[in-house]
Each structure stands twice: as C-alpha cells, then as structure tokens.
Ligand binder design. Structure first.
Ligand code: ZN
Length: 313
C-alpha cells in the first residue's frame, strides 16, 4: 500500500485576520503530526503550482478575474463577513489545486494507491459563482472534473465529512448525474444548506446530524444511507473532502466525533473504493479548527489510508 502525502509549502501565503479560525498554524499542526515516526512510509511530494485557469471547469468564466480584482496589493481584502483574500492568497490557492492535481495524476497512473493533500484555503463552500465560507476556489470540484477530462472517469464520487455542508460542491454538481456528492454535516449550522430533501438529480445525498450526536448516529447515517448509495453509484474515482471540524474539540461545531470515528469512516470508504474503483482515493483537507483535533483527526485518517488499521489514538 503506497499512500502519497502532498504538502503545500507556501500555505502561509494565504493570510487571514488575527484570530480567524482558518489560519496558517492549522497546516503546521498537520505537518507536525504527519512527520512523526508512524508516518515514515508515506511517499511525500511538495505541491507544484496548479493552473488556476482550470477554475473555469466549475466556476463562472469571470470568477477568477473577479478574485484577482478583489485581491489587494498588500493587506487584506474582504469577500464576505468571514472570507478574506490577501496578496498571496491566489498563490496558495494555486498550489492547493496543484496538490490535488498531482495527487490525481499519481493515483490515476498507479504511482500511489491513494493520496492525502494537506492544503489551505479549503474549497467546498465555493459555489459556481461565489467564493464564501473561507473558500476561494472549489479545489475538489476542479480535481473531480479533471479526473473526468484527463483520465476519462465516467462517474466520480465526492464524499465530504467536514462538519459543514459543502454547499459549493453541491451547487456545482447538483444537475450532473456523472458526479455523486454525499455530505455528512451538523445541522443547523453554517451555511444552512444540506437538508436531506436536497437530492439534485438523484446524485446528492445529505445526512444532517444534530449537535452533540456522536459515533452512533454518524455510523447510522453512513451505513444506512451514504455508503449504500455510494456503492450503488459505482464510482470510477473517489475524492474525499476531509474536514476534521466534526472533532469534539472543534470551536466552530458541536459534533462529538473522536479520531477513531475518522479512522472508521476512512476504512469504510476504502472498502467501497477497493470494490468499485481499484482503491483510487484522493483526499483533500477542508476544515478543522482545533489544533489538536485537526492533528489527531488527520493522523487517524492518513494512518487508515496507509492500511494501518484502526487508529490507536
Ligand atoms: Zn468545515
């Protein structure tokens, strides 16, 4: 089993205001955690720049230019109440995309069995026509389209276990039966979308979880609904929007997941990927705002991707 870790060296180029939860220190925490001894077998690569013009695969043709126009020469530009852009933000977004595309290439070409990309800013809230929720471009959506365009994948699945609903990914693919999108998320919570009644053209599955519900309801949501529908969709390629803000320590949400829950879920997704698409998984970091919760969740997730079984955390 070869798991590729793609790290983003210029992650500090994307600056947010002091006290903002989506901060460069998040990636330092992930880097430190995945540098420990138990991760020595990871194949490691640094993210190259990705072509931001590929944003037009999923965003409005004017979207990138609009981001460039709001980007300040120095200091911070404000896109909405909690979404900011700094002079280096598009550099960071470009390497986040470059990480995802490098991981896609490596897994599609069989150079790695699966891959995890430690990247920021996150992407799953960015809609076809609107950046929001700390997200500038929808990295996982672009990578999913590239899997179709470059590697001929007919059916691509995205499973999103970030504690927030990925309204952007749903917005982009809700009328496209070739892309399956499933999300588990706390509800009510930002951004307010993700009701189970939102099913797209039969390609969207939303599992809304109440605050302070832990592993039993989470496992019920996956085993009862998301996993059977994913299996039935039979994807050629599986992407994961891996946010770790469902951790019980996270300051932005109140689901009570523990690191073993991320490990369990990762194992279930791997089982389906093994049966349906040769195990091909590319996982992209989304949220996670408690430093230790993020580090522990990402460790459990990557340890399982490496085939190391249940987390000992
Ligand atoms: Zn989130």
């Amino acid at each position: 089993m070869t798991t590729l870790l793609v790290s983003q060296r210029n992650f500090e180029s994307h600056v947010t205001p002091t006290g903002h939860p989506e901060r460069p220190d998040r990636l330092r925490a992930v880097d430190e955690a995945l540098s420990r001894e138990g991760f020595a077998e990871l194949k490691r690569k640094d993210a190259p720049y990705g072509d931001l013009n590929l944003a037009s695969l999923v965003h409005h043709p004017d979207y990138l230019e609009a981001l460039r126009q709001v980007r300040p020469a120095e200091g911070l530009g404000r896109i909405d109440e909690d979404t900011f852009i700094s002079s280096g933000s598009l550099d960071a977004a470009s390497t986040a995309l470059g990480a995802a595309l490098l991981a896609l290439d490596a897994v599609a070409m069989g150079e790695a069995d699966n891959a995890f990309c430690a990247i920021r800013p996150p992407g799953h809230h960015a809609e076809a026509e609107r950046p929001m929720g700390f997200c500038l471009i929808n990295t996982v959506a672009i990578a999913a389209r590239e899997a179709q365009r470059k590697y001929g994948a007919e059916r691509v699945a995205i499973v999103d276990f970030d504690v927030h609903h990925g309204n952007g990914t749903q917005d982009i693919f809700q009328a496209d039966p070739t892309v399956f999108y499933a999300s588990s998320h706390q509800m009510p919570l930002f951004p307010g979308t993700g009701a189970p009644s939102e099913t797209g053209v039969g390609n969207i599955v939303n599992a809304a979880l109440s605050a302070h519900t832990g592993k039993d309801l989470m496992r019920e949501a996956y085993e009862g609904r998301i996993l059977p529908e994913l299996e039935a969709f039979a994807p050629d390629f599986l992407f994961i929007s891996a946010g770790f803000d469902a951790d019980h320590r996270d300051p932005l949400a109140q689901l009570d997941w523990v690191p073993d829950d991320f490990s369990w879920l990762t194992g279930k997704l791997m089982d389906i990927a093994n049966r349906r698409c040769g195990g091909r998984i590319v996982s992209l970091l989304e949220g996670g705002y408690d430093r230790q919760g993020l580090a522990d969740g990402a460790s459990a997730h990557v340890r399982r991707l490496m085939g190391k079984g249940a987390s000992s955390l």
